[in-house]
Write a protein that binds this ligand. Structure first.
Ligand code: DAH
Length: 353
């Protein structure tokens, strides 16, 4: 029996010597010190050993078991060490290699312009008012004092949401400008206190849609920023002062502005504001077409009919309004020659800003 134990030990030890990897080692563990290994069988069958030998056999079996277990532990550590050395020498990490560049997102050029406009008007006390993009003919045209046969109302200028049969006399359409938000805002404000409506000082940014032939100069969708100030004793001087100040904050402290008479149904009088060309300093260049001036926005004193439609008594209140196109401002600033780049999602264009 004791001889057999010695053989078991030798068999285990010599086969352990030949092992070089972890898989083989776990196999070895199962067959040499596992539950049904030869050495464990000795313990299981101890009752078959004659009583007087049991003590010696037991002791010897324990020694063999411990020896095999110790050898196993040692081999495990040795294999780990080999694996570690291997990975240190073969899988070396070169921390001096350049990293992979992160591709960072950025704001759309029109969003950048919009945010600058918000900042300038926020500094002047204007709040952002968000109005709906899907409007009715009433808000988009009628309440803004568009005469019934105004050319801008013709079918080819607007995207209608309903089929021709469904339309009736107040069809639903995608707003063609941000001006209907003026009526929505005034009605909301005056609705809170119809006898003494609070003053209004807001800008209304957002997407507008027109059914147009797409070209380098016009798109079917574009953003606008509308402005509206209503209160007691607001005059054309306030309009000029506010918008000239806007131009200086937006384009530079020395920039000059000029106002030219114009026409919009919802303002009276109406004007357009030009700023001195910020590309040539007023000398005349290809962007300002040699005039030294760039047209930036439309504006005017809110028409009494529009004030009335908003719930503001034109006998007590006056106001001014304006509307500008952020795409146009962005194009002028960066000399972008085709408006179609803005919504074409071409990264080669967008990554330049
Ligand atoms: N709604 C005009 C347009 O789409 C822009 C505009 C002009 C808005 C004058 C105004 C304004 O509020 O006073 O062309």
């Amino acid at each position: 029996m004791l001889e057999k134990l010695e053989e078991t030990k030798q068999a285990g030890m010599s086969s352990l010597l030949e092992i070089n990897d972890e898989d083989a080692l776990s196999q070895w563990k199962v067959s040499h010190i596992g539950r049904s290994s030869a050495i464990m069988d000795v313990f299981k069958n101890m009752n078959e050993v004659p009583k007087e030998e049991r003590g010696a056999v037991g002791r010897a079996a324990n020694e063999v078991k411990q020896a095999l277990e110790a050898a196993f532990t040692e081999k495990t550590a040795a294999l780990r060490e080999v694996a570690l050395q291997h990975s240190l020498s073969e899988e070396r990490l070169d921390v001096t290699l350049p990293g992979r560049a992160l591709s960072r997102g950025r704001l759309h050029p029109v969003t950048q312009t919009l945010r600058e406009i918000y900042r300038v008007f926020a500094d002047m006390g204007f709040q952002v008012y968000r109005s709906r993009e899907v409007e009715t003919d009433e808000y988009n045209f009628q309440l803004l004092n568009f005469p019934p046969n105004h050319p801008a109302r013709e079918m080819q200028d607007s995207f209608y949401v309903q089929t021709e049969d469904e339309r009736g006399d107040n069809p639903i359409l995608l707003r063609t400008h941000t001006s209907p938000g003026q009526i929505r805002a005034m009605r909301e404000y005056s609705g809170e206190n119809p006898d003494d409506p609070p003053p209004v000082r807001i800008i209304l940014p957002g997407m507008c849609y027109r059914y147009e032939q797409v070209s380098a100069r016009s798109e079917t969708q574009f953003t606008q920023v509308e402005g509206l100030a209503v209160g007691h004793k607001i005059t054309f001087s306030d309009l000029k002062g506010t918008l000239s100040d806007f131009a200086r904050r937006m384009f530079g402290q020395d920039v000059r502005t000029r106002f030219r008479a114009s026409h919009f149904p919802f303002t009276e009088p109406s004007a357009e504001m030009d700023v001195e060309c910020f590309l040539c300093g007023g000398e005349g260049c290809s962007v300002c077409k040699g005039t030294g001036w760039l047209e930036i926005l439309g504006c005017g004193m809110v028409h009494p009919v529009v004030l009335e439609n908003g719930g503001y008594d034109p006998e007590c209140y006056t106001g001014f309004a304006f509307g500008m196109g952020p795409e146009r401002i962005t194009m002028l600033r960066h000399r972008i020659e085709d408006i179609r780049y803005f919504w074409a999602n071409d990264l080669r264009f967008l990554e330049q800003f």
